[in-house]
Design a protein around this ligand. Sequence first.
Ligand SMILES: [Zn+2]
Length: 598
Amino acid sequence: MPVTATLRILQTSDVHMHVLPYDYFRNAPDPYRGLARAAGIIKAARAQGTTLLFDTGDLLQGTPMAALFRESAPATHPACKAIDDLGYDAVTLGNHDFNFGLETAQRLYGGMPCPVVQSNVRDLAGAPLFAPTVILKRTVIDTAGDTHPIKIGLLGVLPPQVLEWDHNKLNGRITVIDMVKAARHAARSLREQGADLIVALAHTAPASEPQPDGAENRAHDIAALPDIDVVLAGHSHRRLPGADYDGMPDVDSNGATLAGTPAMMPGANASHIGRMDLTLEHTAAGWQIAGHNAELIALKDRPASATLNAALASEHDRTTRFVTQEVATTRTPISGRGFAFGFDAGQVLMADAARWRVEQEIDLQEPLIVATAPYRVETAPDGLCLHPGPISRCDLFTLYPYPNETCVVRVTGAALKDWLEHAACVFAAHQTDVVGPLLDPAMPSYNFDTLHGLNYRIDLFGQKGDRIRDLTRNGAPITAGETLLIATSTYRANGGGQFPKTPLIWADTIPITQMIERYLEAQGSVAPDAALGWEFVPHEGQATLLPHVDDTRTEIISLGADNLQTLAQHFQLPYMRYREVGAGEHLANPVRSGRKQP
Ligand SMILES: [Zn+2]
């Protein structure tokens, strides 16, 4: 009879600073999320046997608390305190852990109260930033009650694309090598160091097709390496086991394997914790995995750790004071619900703030256009609505939740047109007599850039790549050869959303939320217009959608009536009504533009 024992692995990933069960964007308790809610599960697991707790990255960025404590020392940073309180065995970094710059990542991970493993990031001399391999010495108890030592080898990888996504912070400072190459090398080294089991802490996701060297999602290829026993993956914010990867080649979405290797992915924002029980067999060849069983446990409504709540009481108070502080007032409602129809006062406010900032910072020789997108729509389908009155700091994070900065790029008129065509791909293909969704579900709406300072029309019935009509600035057509500047986000300029590649002219040093805050403080009171400066090419058709932003302006588009009803319900558009247009009926309302002049 071989000796058998069990080992339990718990995993969190992509926590994005959801440490306490509190939503600082809304300034209200959050029943669904929060690492503190995992405390009971962790404690119970440890009471039952040898348990290892790992986090696979994207921990430090994502909430107002993250922005507020970015300069903290590890001893006082909420995420590091949570890692300490919950007793993590080891952690690795994700790409977003570099969002506040290399120094912040090095300071906070350098002071983590547990081992940090990271195998594919190097400084320019080729030296690793963190330990490329870690061995945990633990004991397991076999079925006869005897104790055996076991060495668990760890490696950690993150996507090399971090160099593009945080180009302005990392370029020329670090190199990131291919994840599979690094994992193979680290695993070999761990075997040489005597590791019995090798667990890859892999901040990367599976992919449905074979991936080239340097690709972003290589969890499959890491799982296929002969030395790797377990893969703890992440990055895509999806879940395994579960339906998210149903049907993907070489994934057992119920049995939790990738390429036949036990694997797990616990979603994002501390909504779940992953639990994997390994059955280990000791043979002449050492410890082998004879079986595994994985499940993801929802943290919804679980009691939060009292010790963590207490340890973070002052950080929590500081964050709620920070987010509720008033920075300005708005005299008009600010809603993003009409973003798909050319109305979004939040985007207009952000464009005004970016123009104000750039005009202060650089001497403009060329016309400045500002690019914005509806950033919050993914998480808040009913859109953002700030009522007239005070604007608090959490409203700024609601307007713009990401840790990016504003930057300025130079474009030709031709590239600017391509930029708009790419943005207009957010709309699905339309035919006059076919009812379908307005938006293409494959195109995230945060890639739907509006270019402020221009006027143009979008023809929904044109092919993708040929939808922009009547593009003008101050009434004059844009020529292919002229040059202009676009103020956009560092995310976009670094390649996010695959817009035209453009030379960088300037990058801000303060985050976009802080830029908006300074603009609002300087204004004191604002009343942003909702009109984005573009409109749909009107087509007479089966129905007409009439989004009423106010009593004086009516915009008209034509789409199928069923589609519009669904759409209006989906976006809960109180100010929209639609009506059927009879065959041959003349559209009585003239198309009036809600143009915003630069
Ligand atoms: Zn993430």
